[in-house]
Design a protein around this ligand. Structure first.
Ligand code: NAD
Length: 298
């Protein structure tokens, strides 16, 4: 069924996600603060509005894809006051669990359905419509959102009540940040011991060290030809975004009283890497710093 969708936040992720909704036959009106994002959206067949409120006029579903919790709260506060009861709001930004729960409360107080549905899969997944969505919200809200999420993504999971999508996202990415550092340390140690990259890869990729950071995003060039290490560590998944997610995980761990010492260490290590000016590189480039090459040379 074709739906009328308001889309706020048409950046690197939101732009192609909204374009996929248009391709699937939905009517999409979008808004972004950045003129360049609006131009790209127009080229992709998205009707462009002059404000977030104008974008959602007459919409039965709204999607937001914004940088951080404060942007989502600002936009949802404006929109919730204007949308009729029963409207579906989906936030796919990666934000802190507390803000996600506040956003649900804003929507639910107006009788709107709400879902926090952060994604993994990056800009490539956004363009290809192959994102993974991790959703939190009531069963009714998830059922309403699922057909739209399936247009923009390949795997769609209902993880639990309000905030559960964000919780799943930061827990997953905390595993990823820690495991990438572990894989990088192993390659750096192997180099000092005279072990070739190929030999370590061949053994670890079929042994108990096997993980996504090794077999998909291998941080040294060669063993996995499609990993960012083979293209000068161009992201991929930028180290600054990894740092953002690790800090969200730490904020959640402190609020919940969870002990996450390796997550805390990973946040420190990526913080240092970002502070040295490498936030725009793929997060696997952390191997340079772990080898003691702070300026990022191989
Ligand atoms: P981006 O900076 O490219 O896009 C965000 C857009 O939001 C910008 O175009 C900005 O102008 C717009 N914006 C900010 N405040 C606004 C407002 N009040 N009203 C309207 N528009 C506003 O960022 P992105 O890469 O698209 O990421 C969006 C979200 O997705 C972030 O939360 C990010 O952490 C998450 N995410 C990104 C990736 C990735 O690989 N880029 C992967 C997974 C998740």
């Amino acid at each position: 069924m074709a739906r009328t969708i308001g889309f706020v936040g048409l950046g690197n992720m939101g732009g192609p996600m909204a374009a996929n909704l248009v391709k699937a036959g939905h009517s999409v009106r979008g808004f972004d603060l950045a003129p360049a994002s609006l131009d790209a959206a127009r080229d992709a067949g998205i009707a462009v509005a002059a404000s977030a409120l104008e974008a959602v006029e007459g919409a039965d579903a709204v999607v937001t894809m914004l940088p951080a919790g404060r942007h989502v709260i600002d936009v949802w506060t404006q929109l919730a006051g204007a949308l009729p009861a029963g409207t579906l709001l989906i936030d796919s930004s990666t934000i802190d669990v507390e803000s996600a729960r506040k956003a649900h409360a804003l929507a639910n107080a107006r009788g709107c359905l709400s879902v926090d549905a952060p994604v993994s899969g990056g800009t490539g997944g956004a363009r290809a419509g192959t994102l993974t969505f991790m959703a939190g919200g009531s069963g009714d809200a998830f059922a309403a959102a699922e057909p739209l999420l399936k247009v923009m993504g390949k795997n769609v999971f209902h993880c639990g009540e309000a905030g559960a999508g964000q919780a799943a996202k930061i827990c997953n990415n905390m595993i990823l940040g820690i495991s990438m550092i572990g894989v990088c340390e192993a390659f750096a140690l192997g180099e000092k011991l005279g072990l070739s990259h190929e030999a370590l890869y061949d053994v670890a990729s079929v042994s108990s060290g096997q993980c996504w950071s090794l077999t998909t995003y291998c941080p040294v060039p060669g063993p996995v030809p499609t990993s960012p290490a083979n293209t000068g560590y161009k992201p991929g998944f930028a180290a600054a975004l990894m740092l953002k997610d690790l800090r969200l995980a730490q904020a959640a761990a402190i609020a919940a009283g969870a002990s996450t010492p390796l997550g805390a260490e990973a946040a420190q290590i990526y913080g240092l890497f970002d502070g040295l000016g490498h936030g725009g590189e793929d997060f696997s480039a952390i191997i340079h710093m772990l080898r003691g090459q702070g300026q990022g040379q191989q």
